[in-house]
Design a protein around this ligand. Structure first.
Ligand SMILES: NC(=O)C1=CN([C@@H]2O[C@H](COP(=O)(O)OP(=O)(O)OC[C@H]3O[C@@H](n4cnc5c(N)ncnc54)[C@H](OP(=O)(O)O)[C@@H]3O)[C@@H](O)[C@H]2O)C=CC1
Ligand SMILES: O=C(O)[C@@H]1CCC=N1
Length: 266
């Protein structure tokens, strides 16, 4: 696969384009399409990629990545279908949109791969889960694994897990940024200057994530190591339990999973 069309050049589209170029793709191999001409000009200036309307971008590509909001997929699919080269691969990064829905709108036998990425891909620490459609081959899955490996980790999952994946790793960065915001606000409330509170919280989040990843230890073990008997951490954790924070996280992620299911029909 030598040429890629990226349809939808927003947050996630640019994240993928920038990551592929960092990983060694030639900008000339990538063509972006978006309904905002100014956005395309900006991306072309920043990354040196080609830009085009959707149909010509798709017509020139061995693989097409659809990265519009789920609500816009119905508009984009006929454009992709009308211009797709025989045998070209279609990859969707759209939350909730099933491979069967994509296949129904594309020429018979089109290989389709559904992906749920996340924005830490901007710093090559993304997490992506991929699922092949009914015509996707092992080579197609390998190609998409290669694409997303450029910007982080990749796992292949049965498609039935994709709504849960979306709720956990797709939306996950937002929950963690929310926790960071809350802890910074708490630091300010406790009298710390905001810049110092921000440094403390960001490095604590980063160091804790690295400790989890590098040590391979269970989070409960790591939490217990911080929690001295009769100490400060135990006092804080009692409040988090009393305020049902874990239950709130579970409920929140059920809501994200349900929203992903709703978006299937958008
Ligand atoms: N952001 C994230 O963290 C993640 C996003 N995703 C998925 O990625 C997809 C894109 O999300 P994101 O990048 O955040 O969204 P953005 O809105 O930032 O980007 C989508 C871009 O596509 C454009 N667009 C919409 N319709 C068309 C069309 N018919 N033809 C050409 N361009 C079009 C949009 O224009 P306009 O602004 O006018 O709509 C916008 O510029 C979504 O399906 C989302 O579920 C998946 C995982 C993580
Ligand atoms: O909020 C959303 O719908 C998208 C999908 C996962 C992250 N952002």
């Amino acid at each position: 696969m030598n040429s890629l069309a990226v349809v939808g050049a927003g947050v996630m589209g640019e994240t993928l384009i920038a990551g592929l170029i960092r990983a060694g793709w030639e900008p000339s191999q990538i063509t972006a399409a978006d309904r905002h001409a100014a956005r395309l000009t900006e991306l072309s200036a920043r990354h040196g990629i080609s830009i085009a309307d959707t149909e010509p971008a798709v017509a020139g590509a061995d693989a097409v990545v659809i990265v519009v909001k789920p609500q816009d997929v119905a508009e984009v699919l006929p454009q992709v279908a009308s211009a797709l080269r025989p045998g070209a691969l279609v990859v969707s990064l759209c939350a909730g949109v099933s491979t069967s829905r994509l296949e129904a709108a594309l020429p018979d036998g089109t290989p389709v791969v559904r992906v749920m990425p996340n924005t830490p891909a901007q710093v090559d620490e993304g997490m992506a889960a991929i699922s092949g459609g009914s015509s996707a081959t092992a080579a197609n899955l390998e190609f998409v694994t290669g694409l997303l490996s450029a910007v982080g980790k990749v796992v292949t999952v049965p498609e039935k897990y994709q709504d849960a994946v979306t709720a956990i790793s797709g939306s996950g960065p937002a929950y963690l940024f929310f926790v960071v915001e809350a802890m910074i606000d708490a630091g300010v409330m406790l009298g710390l200057p905001r810049d110092i509170a921000t440094t403390l919280v960001v490095q604590t989040m980063y160091g804790s994530a690295k400790l989890l990843a590098d040590s391979g230890e269970h989070p409960t073990v790591l939490r217990e190591r911080v929690t001295s008997p009769g100490g400060t951490t135990a006092a804080a954790l009692r409040e988090l339990e009393a305020n049902k924070v874990k239950a709130a996280f579970i409920t929140a992620m059920e809501a994200a999973r349900d929203r992903s299911r709703d978006l299937a029909g958008s």
